[in-house]
Design a protein around this ligand. Structure first.
Ligand code: ADP
Length: 156
């Protein structure tokens, strides 16, 4: 079984994340979309809210599972029997950051392979950070988040 973990904060999940996961579905038997909990980090949305949104977005994709973890991502991969980690690359700064992490993870995580997909151009400017800033400023984010999340946020 080819199992991949797609780790992130998903605070909130964006159309960029969804596009990446959908494109990776044909590559793996199972993709575990996993929210990593970092006790030092302040989140805009609760863990339950973020998990619910993930469940909702992927409810029609049987090979996509949703989970969460604390601690090292490589340990969670081991727990889920995943030999692959999935990450997205939007630009050169993502690359610099991800390159180091994936090289470290390969050592700490017993040769775990990180598989990178380059984001589609229409999503390369989309990040959860930007989405949170727009929400905090009372702007509209329906262009950047899945429809079900936009509906909940704006009660439409
Ligand atoms: P983190 O807290 O680790 O930055 P994120 O939830 O922001 O987690 O992102 C998780 C993964 O999704 C990362 O690999 C990131 O590069 C990727 N990603 C985020 N936004 C996009 C996007 N717009 N297009 C493609 N990949 C993306």
């Amino acid at each position: 079984m080819k199992i991949a973990v797609f780790p992130g904060s998903f605070d909130p999940i964006t159309k960029g994340h969804v596009d990446l996961i959908k494109r990776a579905i044909p590559l793996f038997d199972k993709i575990v979309v996993a929210i990593g909990i970092n006790s030092q980090k302040q989140y805009l949305y609760s863990l339950d809210q973020r998990l619910n949104w993930l469940e909702e977005v992927f409810k029609n994709d049987p090979s996509v599972e949703v989970d969460h973890y604390e601690g090292l991502t490589v340990n969670f991969c081991k727990k889920r029997a995943a030999n692959y980690m999935l990450r997205g690359l939007r630009n050169a700064s993502d690359f610099d950051y991800e390159k180091t992490i994936s090289q470290l993870n390969a050592v700490v995580g017993d040769n775990i392979e990180t598989v990178f997909l380059i984001s589609r151009p229409e999503y390369s400017h989309v990040s959860s950070t930007i989405v949170r800033e727009i929400i905090k400023g009372n702007g509209k984010v329906d262009a950047f988040v899945p429809t079900i999340i936009a509906k909940e946020l704006y009660n439409v």
